[in-house]
Design a protein around this ligand. Sequence first.
Ligand SMILES: [Zn+2]
Length: 165
Amino acid sequence: MPAIIGPCRSPKRRHRCRWSACTNATVGWFGGSSGHCAACRGGDVVHCPDRQIPGLSYVGGWSTTITVPASALVHVPDGMPLPEAASFGCAGVTTFHALRYSGAEPGDLVAVLGIGGLGHLAVQFAAAMGLETVAIARDKREAAVELGAYSCTAKATSKARSSNG
Ligand SMILES: [Zn+2]
């Protein structure tokens, strides 16, 4: 599911926004959780039995307005163009969390499989985190290196293997 992005408004100012400059926010596939079950208390909010998903648990991106639990929102920095920020709402969160919780430390080797919607962000995050980043993708070597991978490799297809002997 693509991320939903737009202006953030606290309902009738009943809640004080936790962001000092609350202008734009985004939400991805994860749209909230109970916050009190065993999974949530253990930090595994994605497996909360009461997990919410925009478009399924409440209205989604086709509506003109949407109410999202604050815990599921990601603040969009002022000045960041919304089309550029939108990819961080879902693909960015997914890849960043995977890297953050991987246990990898600067200098460790990380492989990113595929340089598509998620992979191009994963390569950039991994490189920025100081990880030795290898991309695995066909025909994307130049893009992968430009994004921060120190190397890009591709698994040979059966056709390529047979033609190479
Ligand atoms: Zn929960």
